[in-house]
Design a protein around this ligand. Structure first.
Ligand code: TA6
Length: 278
């Protein structure tokens, strides 16, 4: 059960912390002035095997169902290395770097050499994510999806509004994958919602998150946004999610999923996200 105790804490002082479980480099807590911003299910399993139900699971190299491996890929179920332990920067912010590379386990599903780095920076009211994917091969090109499956904690999801999706086309998994165009200025949640919005703007704001505040999401090289809430019936189908927990979370996920990233030999891909409590 060693994996369960493998957490890394970035502590900026003033009750502002970020906690990462090396299992999947899953951010399992982000507290700003002692206010938790992320949702983790009370039924989440920390066995070092299953994905953690909540926080920010790291989706790579596949988004969704996968012929060759588990749903949403292997990155969220492998143990990551702590490349650089938490360090306080001259700015007062705290930085840490995590990484994984190909292994016998990953090659059994996805036979490519790769290196993935994940740099987190904890600022006063912000959390920065910088991701690098490297193809060290001399001759092999590979393609992948990448997504940060962020579970935001909210007092009541029915009161949340999400900006920056108006006019975007989306694949609606709750309606058999039919494609629609978003007509609303702000997106609200009042039923099972599972939508892959394509070519979305770089910024979204979620209103009425913790203590009625707003959460700004800024994303770079993440052209897609997934919005998910299982609502009543789907919540019952998820073993590590409480039947009554759906009102208290909303996933707004920055991703590169509707089209794969194609990485040529010897090249790198970078993407980043900033979460800001407003
Ligand atoms: O990101 C939304 C989604 O793909 C939904 O379809 C739902 O399956 C959710 O992820 C959770 O997936 P998981 O594999 O963690 O149960």
């Amino acid at each position: 059960m060693a994996a369960a105790t493998s957490v890394v804490v970035l502590d900026r002082g003033n009750n502002t912390t970020c906690t990462i479980n090396l299992h999947g480099a899953t951010v399992v807590s982000w507290r700003v002035n002692n206010q938790e911003q992320l949702f983790v299910s009370k039924q989440a399993i920390f066995d070092g095997k299953k994905p953690i139900r909540g926080g920010i699971p790291f989706v790579f190299p596949q988004f969704g169902p996968w012929t060759f491996g588990p749903q949403h890929g292997f990155a969220r179920i492998v143990r990551w290395n702590l490349e650089k332990a938490p360090e306080r920067l001259p700015s007062g912010d705290v930085e840490a770097i995590f990484s994984i590379m190909d292994s016998e386990f990953t090659r059994s599903m996805w036979n490519y050499p790769f290196r993935l780095t994940y740099r987190l920076i904890l600022r006063e009211k912000e959390l920065h994510f910088n991701i690098g994917v490297y193809n060290p091969s001399k001759d092999l090109t590979f393609s992948f999806n990448l997504l940060l499956h962020t579970y935001f904690k909210v007092p009541d999801v029915r009161r949340c509004q999400i900006t920056g999706l108006h006019g975007c086309t989306f694949i609606d998994k709750s309606r058999d994958g039919t494609v629609f165009q978003e007509g609303r200025d702000v997106v609200t949640i009042s039923e099972w919602t599972d939508r892959l919005y394509q070519n979305t703007p770089q910024e979204h704001i979620i209103t009425n998150v913790v203590s009625g505040r707003k959460m700004r999401i800024q994303k770079y090289n993440f052209p897609d946004t997934v919005v998910w809430n299982p609502w009543i019936e789907k919540a019952k189908e998820i073993s590590d999610f409480g039947d009554d927990e759906f009102p208290n979370m909303v996933c707004v996920e920055s991703g590169h999923v509707s089209s794969p990233v194609i990485l040529l030999p010897g090249t790198a891909f970078e993407a980043s996200q900033i979460l800001q409590v407003m």
